[in-house]
Design a protein around this ligand. Sequence first.
Ligand SMILES: O=C(O)CCC(=O)C(=O)O
Length: 280
Amino acid sequence: MSSVMTMERDMRFVPIPADRKLSALTSEQVAAYNRDGFIAPVRLFDGAEAARNRSDFDHLLAAYQSRGHDSYAVNSCQATCGSVYDLVTNPRITALVGDILGDEFACWGTHYFCKLPHHPKTVAWHQDAPYWPFSRAKTVTVWLAIDDVDLENAAMRVIPGSHLVGALPMRNSRPEENNALWLTVDDAERQGAPVPLILKAGEASLQSDMLLHGSPANPSARRRCGLTLRYCTLDVRADEGWHERSIIIRGSDPSGHWGGVTARPAGEDPFLDGRPIGAN
Ligand SMILES: O=C(O)CCC(=O)C(=O)O
């Protein structure tokens, strides 16, 4: 049985404390995070930088597709690709995350959620923390738009305030839902009205791992890709190897649980180290 079912876990949302010394967020953004469970939009990269992010992803996607993987499989490349490591450790991103998580945190995963043109897969309504084999709900996700994202090409939707209701029941998704993941929260809209996150390439949203979110299929002729960067505090414990490709951003972990990746990968080959694709 998966440890998610058996390990004791604390699924309470942890707000940003009122006395946190801020270096990147405004006090309005802090209030929004605590009240709504997310902050958006946040501009991280200019047009030229966003174009670079896109061409780096195009390269990764082509590498995965040439091995028969689909567009959702580009996962955990921070351990093998310098370009993804550079995003994870980018000071503009880590300053924002530090304002939320404090002085001790790591990035444990990266995953490109890429809906190709006319892509039929949805992402069913869910909260992240109950999905993951972690001891506490203390991950913040930076969802970085690689492409322009709007209503036409399946922007992600979130339900403000749903991070405060605790872990909602999830069931296995049904085949007709066409879920790119595997669990579904039923009747999510009982928790409030969904808000679409419309982002230009280079902008991001920051969201709590207790926030309800999901996305529809992409009926348009435009690709919709976002890179999720997942950061958590160092007091969290992960099971099933989900800590193994983590990068400590601030602080240190004498226990050795976090920080499996200790140096910037020299190359851009996602399969260079021969390890299987990560699960996160
Ligand atoms: O990109 C999406 O549509 C969904 C992303 C998601 O589920 C997540 O960030 O956990």
